[in-house]
Design a binder for this molecule. Structure first.
Ligand code: PMP
Ligand code: GLN
Length: 382
């Protein structure tokens, strides 16, 4: 294995899911829901197979899906994208990240990312031969905030891009308007492209509003905005994602994408187009239900003795097990499935400097109420 990939031999999600299976644990590790998405979307996928959507779709994605993606962003954020040139359908948000990074980051270029970072950012920047510059979130009250001075210091003349993920996996933080404004200022001042990972855009709680960085003045023309169907419609196995942005940046991502996978899978594209057009009420209801699950699991973790950070969105909540005498989250998560039959993920897997994050653990709550209740019962035995 080449040196640049050696740190990336296995993903923490696969490792923890394997432990969950081996010990019949409630899997609060890997972020996937344990229930299906809207029935009409599942019907649309079945119909697409019956109707012969079984050969290569167009490389950028079927027009119907590109149009639905553009329409959703116009409706939700007032962002106008031309579905012919400004939208690219990808194999999950994962390929969107890879396409954006491989199309825009040259060997030696620096990419700024917020830490903890989703593992794919680090791996794809390594594939591109780029260098990551991380800026750690800082615990603040019961949540986290961005250290804006550290962010400004991370930008340099060799910065090619900044990757911004809000709502943030793994902490559940929604970046504040002031944080977004500072990111925008730095991108414009340094002529840097923003790659925004907004896969949890619809999954925000307590009346919070998701703001897209691309809506800030001067940003639409320098932002590749990534989202996808996996989390929104409970179809993590369908692998349908997308990027929207100015045509030159989309063309760069498309150049890389066409040699990563050539095209995305056929029958799921019309089904997701259908869901974007017809099932956003289902998504809004789902976000309310998820917010309740967030509260249920956060309460269970507090009752079990964890110090719990407030999750404002996503599928995840971060908990600090130090009140239970645990200082190493990685060891704790590797033992937990066998010890009490619950799987979680250590935050140290998403950082370069484990220091401030060494103890922290991520739990996923996009699970049935029964699964959360069972996990709660098991957690109380800690
Ligand atoms: N970005 C983030 C922040 C994620 O949590 C995930 C997992 N859904 C992805 C990207 C990858 O998405 P997909 O499964 O659509 O490839
Ligand atoms: N995005 C999901 C998570 O953060 C799962 C990703 C994966 O398995 N690669 O848990």
């Amino acid at each position: 294995l080449v040196a640049r990939m050696q740190p990336f031999t296995s993903t923490i999600f696969a490792e923890m899911s394997a432990l969950a299976v081996a010990h019949d644990a409630v899997n609060l590790g890997q972020g996937f829901p344990d229930s299906d998405g809207p029935e009409s979307m599942l019907d649309a996928a079945r119909a697409a197979i019956t109707d012969g959507f079984n050969q290569y779709p167009p490389g950028p994605g079927i027009p119907e899906l590109r149009e639905a993606v553009a329409a959703q962003q116009l409706d939700d954020y007032g962002l106008a994208y031309d579905p012919d040139t400004d939208v690219l359908i990808t194999v999950g948000a994962t390929e969107a990240i890879a396409g954006a990074v491989l199309g825009l980051v040259d060997a030696g270029d620096e990419v700024v990312m917020i830490e903890p970072y989703y593992d794919a950012y680090a791996a794809t920047v390594a594939l591109a031969g780029g260098v990551r510059r991380t800026v750690s979130l800082v615990p603040d009250g019961d949540g986290f905030r961005l250290d804006r001075d550290a962010l400004a210091a991370a930008f340099s003349p060799t910065t090619a891009a900044v990757i911004v993920n809000s709502p943030h996996n793994p902490t559940g933080t929604i970046l504040s308007d002031d944080d977004l404004a500072e990111i925008a200022r730095l991108c414009i001042a340094n002529d840097v492209v923003a790659i925004t990972d907004e896969v949890y855009e619809h999954l925000v709680f307590d009346g919070a509003v998701h703001r897209s960085l691309a809506t800030l003045p001067g940003m639409k023309e320098r932002t590749l905005r990534i989202s996808g169907a996996a989390k929104t419609f409970h179809v993590t196995g369908w692998k349908v994602g997308w990027i929207s942005g100015p045509r030159e940046l989309i063309a760069a991502a498309r150049a890389a994408k066409q040699y990563l996978t050539y095209v995305g899978s056929g029958p799921f594209q019309p089904a997701i187009a259908h869901a974007l057009r017809n099932e956003m009420d289902w998504v809004r209801d789902d976000a309310v239900a998820l917010g309740e699950k967030r509260t249920m699991l956060s309460t269970a973790l507090t009752d079990a003795g964890f110090s719990v950070h407030r999750s404002q969105g996503t599928y995840f909540v971060c908990a600090d097990p130090r009140p239970l005498g645990v200082t190493d989250g990685d060891t704790f998560c590797r033992e937990l499935p066998e010890r009490i039959g619950v799987a979680a993920v250590p935050i140290s897997a998403f950082v370069d400097d484990a220091g401030p994050w060494r103890h922290m653990v991520r739990f996923a709550f996009a699970k049935s109420d029964d699964a959360i209740a069972e996990a709660a019962r098991r957690l109380r035995t800690l």
